[in-house]
Design a protein around this ligand. Structure first.
Ligand code: MG
Length: 321
């Protein structure tokens, strides 16, 4: 049985540690007090992390769930070229949940927070009548007018992605195939948000438009094209597919948390940023269609296929705003 709410908050507050310079007041008052760096604008993002939709307790350990809840928000800040400052966590827990699970969740959450110098600065805890429900808000900042938006892609731009694609989807599928009663296989993959890459791109002024790959390449590239009023051609044989992943998983699988950005064909985009490979995968077009060329070079439409996390009726899917 989870500790009483007050006891739990006191414990989380101890674990969250001292507030950083940008967080004057964290947990323990009616609202947090944040001081963004001088000359910066604020970035705010919020994401659900719901049991049965985004994770399963039999597939994901408590620590992995805690880490992934925060990864989603940090990845959004990275995709703006921003610096994360503070996180806010609203958590609804079933009464029957072991306290050990809650401790594991916070251990994973706070380990990642510490790694990215983010303060858990507030939130709420309630009882859930169904599964574990988490809503994570992350506040970040970016120098004035320097945020990298989805809307800046221009015809002729080259499209790049960081890292490798499809790995998260491939791992989830392999878990789905495993005999759950015979062996307790757990998800091991815990992608890290590309905050340093986003910062590097912003500092160098290289990217015209950027998005993080949370819902899958086909969906997230369509967002860039829609917001920018352009189209795109993806060159299939250039895609950096993760080992063990299929083409479909690289195109439509979510939760890789890599970055996709566009840059002028004249920009000197390095093949690696902060140790993360950067791969050219296609180009932006004036015609507002998203196409993919196969190995014969013949283009066909690349339809956005929303990634459904689990092939069960419990899965509601996910529309990421
Ligand atoms: Mg995003």
């Amino acid at each position: 049985v989870p500790l009483a709410e007050r006891k739990l908050i006191a414990r989380i507050r101890r674990q969250a540690g001292r507030a950083a310079r940008t967080v004057l007041q964290g947990i323990g008052d009616d609202a947090a007090v944040l001081v963004p760096p001088r000359g910066h604008e604020l970035l705010v993002t919020t994401d659900f992390c719901l049991e049965g939709v985004h994770f399963r307790r039999d597939w994901h350990s408590a620590g992995v769930v805690g880490q992934r809840c925060l990864t989603r928000g940090l990845s959004d800040i990275a995709a703006m070229g921003g610096e994360p400052i503070a996180a806010f966590l609203s958590l609804a827990l079933p009464r029957a949940l072991p306290q050990q699970w809650v401790d594991g969740f916070f251990a994973g959450f706070l380990r990642l927070a510490k790694r990215f110098d983010v303060t858990l600065a507030g939130g709420d805890i309630a009882h859930s009548l169904t599964g574990v429900l988490a809503d994570v808000m992350v506040v970040g900042s970016v120098p004035r007018a320097k945020a990298i938006l989805r809307s800046g892609a221009k015809p002729g731009d080259v499209i790049y992605v960081t890292g490798r694609l499809g790995g998260a989807a491939a791992e989830l599928q392999s878990l789905g195939k495993a005999d759950s009663s015979a062996q307790k296989r757990r998800l091991r993959m815990t992608p890290l948000p590309r905050v340093a890459v986003g910062r590097g791109l912003r500092e160098k002024g290289l990217a015209h438009a950027m998005i993080d790959l949370s819902d899958g390449l086909s969906v997230d590239l369509a967002h860039i094209c829609e917001e920018s009023g352009v189209g795109a051609v993806v060159n299939q044989h250039l895609l950096p597919i993760a080992s063990g992943a299929a083409l479909n998983q690289a195109l439509h699988g979510g939760e890789d948390y890599e970055l996709l950005f566009t840059a002028s064909p004249r920009a000197k985009v390095p093949v690696e940023i902060t140790g993360v490979p950067v791969t050219e995968i296609g180009w932006i077009t004036r015609e507002r269609k998203v196409l993919i060329t196969d190995l014969m070079g013949k283009p066909k439409p690349l339809k956005p296929k929303g990634w459904e996390h689990f092939n069960s009726r419990a899965s509601l899917g996910d529309t990421h705003l």
